[in-house]
Ligand binder design. Structure first.
Ligand SMILES: *Cc1c(COP(=O)(O)O)cnc(C)c1O
Length: 463
């Protein structure tokens, strides 16, 4: 074995590499900073390997190849598209809802120019950020007034902060939920300075439980949608409508945190259990909050609607400035809401709604299409189209499984975990799931335009 020092001295210097034809080529197409970092990373790695007793190949060609790989990594975005083959439509880890074409167009035009974000064009004076979107939300939901913030957690927080600081908020024990990503009702309550007054039991809460808890320090009655779980069996909960009876009688505002914000009655698609926003408005609830990127299918946002006097009070809370929505979100939210003016179009053009309500036959067709192109790898895996179940995700409809079709791949030359990993690390990255030792690609959440990339990623994983 050659001496370590001899191997080390054969490693070129950074300067030498930069001045080589390779280096000149890299500097032409990449920032100097990135080239330096890539070169140093690879040279350091080689030196470490030598010091550890290895004899790595450090010919110029190999070095160049590795440096180019490092450069590719450095110059690509870390936030990047992935193909969601999990069948979970509102996948919080994968960005929840994908935006409709119309929403994207509106974002692009708004970002490219100055806009009337906080300017009243007709009056020629300063305006409110929220006034551009207020009317469409009012029209669609039937609420008196509306304001929007950064997300639904912020919506709940600002409601508590505005009306219940240092005072009591009555919530059913069956509704003290935790939503993925560390949103927990008791903790949001604490952060806002409101005092949680739990009533009832996990499975049953009665109207008189609320009534008995009322006191001079009661600020709000809060109704939280049990987004991601259900209590079944011997249960009872007080509806928002019934809660309103107490609210009116004792003059205590009722807040309903709906979570998902479903704007279309999905019962005809067999989707039960999500209250439609308009229905909750009809109960007379004083304040209603919901997310922009769950069933609504828009950007991350928190929508607060309700009686004008309460919404106006929220608008005067200085916290609103810290929780405010940015112009690109506002643009995509406005476009998404506008699409709801035509329900049928909303169902077909808003991706989240389309995926949730797509006919099974159409999903099967897409699964078959993927299957047909994948036949090339049939020697290396057992492939078929199988019925399975997808989920809504995003803390919506936990008990409903949506029938779907998936492409099932059982590799013969590698472990199924290895295949799953290769797809994840592929380009584009494909996120799939494993069930009974087979890999499943759920066609429900794969977009038509993604099929080509998906298939090439799978084929490459078998090379
Ligand atoms: C999802 C959810 C939230 C949090 O909404 P984000 O938009 O994720 O901040 C709050 N409450 C309920 C009931 C939810 O389902």
């Amino acid at each position: 074995m050659r001496e370590k020092w001899e191997l080390l001295s054969n490693i070129p210097s950074v300067d030498e590499l930069l001045k080589s034809p390779y280096g000149l080529k890299w500097l032409e197409s990449h920032p100097r900073k990135s080239v330096l970092k890539a070169v140093r990373t690879v040279l350091d790695r080689k030196r470490k390997e030598i010091l550890n007793g290895l004899e790595p190949d450090h010919s110029r060609d190999i070095l160049a190849k590795e440096i180019e790989e490092a450069l590719r990594h450095l110059s690509s975005y870390k936030l990047k598209p992935v193909i969601n083959a999990t069948g979970v439509v509102i996948h919080t880890n994968l960005g929840r809802s994908i935006l409709s074409d119309k929403a994207i167009e509106h974002v692009v035009t708004t970002a490219q120019s100055y806009s009337n974000l906080e300017y009243e064009i007709a009056a020629g004076k300063r305006g409110k950020r929220y006034s551009n979107i207020k009317d469409i939300i009012r029209e669609l939901t039937g609420a008196e007034d509306a304001v929007v913030v950064n997300n639904n957690a912020a919506a709940v927080l600002i409601c508590l902060d505005t009306f219940a600081k240092g005072r009591e908020v009555i919530v059913s024990r069956g509704e003290l939920v935790e939503i993925g990503g560390s949103f927990r009702i008791p903790e949001v309550m604490k952060a806002s300075g409101a005092i949680l007054r739990e009533v009832g039991t996990t499975n049953k809460t009665h109207l008189h439980d609320y009534e008995n808890a009322l006191c001079g320090n009661t600020a709000l009655l809060l109704k939280v949608h049990q987004s991601n779980y259900r209590v079944i069996g011997f249960t009872e909960e007080v509806t928002t409508e019934k809660l309103m009876n107490i609210g009116r009688e004792y003059k205590i505002p009722v807040v309903a945190d709906l979570g998902s914000g479903c704007m279309i009655d999905l019962k005809r698609f067999g989707v039960h259990g999500e209250p439609a926003v308009q229905e909750v408005v009809k109960t007379g609830a004083d304040i209603i909050t919901f997310s922009g990127d769950k069933l609504l299918g828009g950007p991350q946002a928190g929508i607060i609607i309700g009686k004008e006097k309460f919404i106006q009070k929220i608008q005067k809370n200085p916290l609103l400035r810290a929780l405010r929505i940015d112009k690109m979100t506002l643009a995509s939210l406005e476009a998404t809401f506008m699409q709801y003016l035509d329900e049928e179009k909303a169902l077909s053009e808003i991706p989240t709604l389309r995926m949730m309500t797509e006919p099974l036959e159409a999903i099967k067709k897409r699964a078959k299409k993927i299957f047909r192109i994948l036949k090339d790898i049939s020697g290396k895996a057992d492939i078929s189209v199988v019925p399975d179940e997808s989920q809504a995700g995003g803390g919506s409809l936990p008990e409903i499984n949506f029938p779907t079709f998936a492409v099932s791949i059982k590799p013969s030359n590698i472990a199924v975990n290895e295949l799953e990993k290769r797809l994840r690390l592929g380009e584009p990255a494909v996120i799939a799931r494993i069930k009974d030792n087979t890999l499943l690609i759920d066609a429900r959440t794969v977009q038509e335009r993604e099929i080509k990339g998906l298939v090439s990623c799978v084929i490459k994983a078998f090379e």
